[in-house]
Design a protein around this ligand. Structure first.
Ligand SMILES: [Zn+2]
Length: 193
């Protein structure tokens, strides 16, 4: 994609809650209302794009890069909280969450009632991420709480009974019911006989 400068002026001096704003103006006109095109979290160096053009605009990229460098200089040692580190979210999810938060913040600031670029795309992304997350939870509930039907190798007394997920042989047909495990010892799936 061809990069060119979309804005006449870019400034990065406004900071709010450790988020440094990248403001841009289309013209040199002093009366023009600036637009927030991106924000950089000065605690982590994370970039939140508000206007997608900021990703390809050379001057915007330069301004953003220098903010990220500054953030890294100020907070070179990231001490990840042990709680979140145990189950880190995928980076796309982290990014989506911070973008949603930044958009919400923008909508609460004047001028009210305007649409911020990329809102409908962001809502679609959020909807599909939510669906994916809920599908994942439904799958886990089905597998570990409701249980899944075991797989019978055959009808003979010594034929094995397998876990439907990992295929581990959990019992044989002639085992007493009370000796058949309720969960697969290999993968934890709850078993329905
Ligand atoms: Zn299993």
């Amino acid at each position: 994609m061809k990069t060119k400068n979309h804005w006449a002026e870019i400034r990065t001096d406004y900071e709010d809650d450790f988020f440094r704003r990248v403001d841009a103006w289309k013209t040199d006109d002093d009366n023009e209302e600036g637009e927030v095109i991106a924000q950089v979290d000065m605690l982590t160096g994370r970039i939140v794009y508000i206007n997608p053009l900021a990703r390809i605009d050379e001057a915007a990229q330069e301004a953003i890069r220098s903010l990220v460098d500054e953030a890294k200089k100020e907070h070179p040692y990231q001490s990840p909280s042990p709680e979140t580190d145990k189950h880190p979210l995928p980076p796309e999810t982290e990014k989506l969450i911070s973008t949603l938060t930044a958009y919400a913040k923008q909508y609460r600031e004047p001028p009210y009632g305007r649409e911020i670029d990329g809102t409908s795309e962001l809502l679609e992304q959020a909807a599909s991420a939510l669906k994916e997350a809920l599908d994942g939870i439904a799958g886990m509930k089905n597998r570990y709480m409701d249980g899944m039907l075991v797989h019978y190798q055959g009808d003979d007394a010594d034929d094995g009974i397998e876990c439907p997920v990992c295929g581990y042989e959990v019992a044989q047909n002639d085992d007493y019911n009370n000796t058949k495990p309720k969960h697969c010892p290999e993968c934890g799936t709850k078993l329905i006989y």
